[in-house]
Design a protein around this ligand. Structure first.
Ligand code: FES
Length: 68
């Protein structure tokens, strides 16, 4: 089971879960100021939820996975 560590929280999630949704559901603040209200809701066009990932990411084609 994947483990996500963000803002001092350790979150376990299902494999292939939507990372943005997992972070938001666990109270991780992804957005700065106005971006909290004005963002693309995970479509992938605004870039305001960009994060830095350390460690291995799989599957290698994760960018091709549909947004949920
Ligand atoms: S909310 Fe993530 S790219 Fe727009």
């Amino acid at each position: 089971m994947p483990k996500v560590i963000a803002q001092g929280k350790t979150i376990e999630c299902d494999s292939a879960a939507n990372l943005r949704q997992i972070l938001l559901q666990n109270g991780i603040d992804l957005y700065n100021s106005g971006a909290k209200l004005i963002n693309c809701r995970g479509i992938g066009s605004c870039g305001t939820c960009a994060i830095f990932i350390e460690g291995e990411v799989s599957p290698a084609n994760w960018r091709q996975e549909p947004h949920a």
